[in-house]
Ligand binder design. Sequence first.
Ligand code: PCA
Length: 152
Amino acid sequence: MAKVFVYGTLKEGQPNYFRIKDKAEFVAHARTVDPYPLVIATEYNIPFLLNVPGTGQRVHGEIYSVDQKMLEFLDEFEKCPQMYQRTLIRLEVQDGPGGGEHKPEAGSSIEAYVYTTDTYEPEWLEKTTYESYNSNGDHGLRFVGRENRRPE
Ligand code: PCA
């Protein structure tokens, strides 16, 4: 099983959560140890974690445990490696379900896969950064799902 940190539309309550809901086991809430720019970009208002550690904010998200099949699905879904690249990131565990032996302790440090991007437009570095993504946030940048985009 692999651990994946989701920070965008795959989080619980966000527009793509249904894609992982029954196929991923929630491990813990977490935030990145290093700050990163989490921006909302493209005409479809897609969240991206720019692979620029040291700028932006410590980003909040959720860690899930997934099997190989789900990891392959996510790579394809996230258009990896063209749009995002799956990298490893260091996280600080916040709360988890606790109890279970393989559950990490709050405050502990853990590594997980994350979809960051190096293939971004230079202007994206000037965008507002967020600590925690919410598609319905005050920014008013409504996420446009696959089914509502122009054909490529
Ligand atoms: N989906 C992935 C990357 C950005 C997005 O919207 C995630 O939630 O982590």
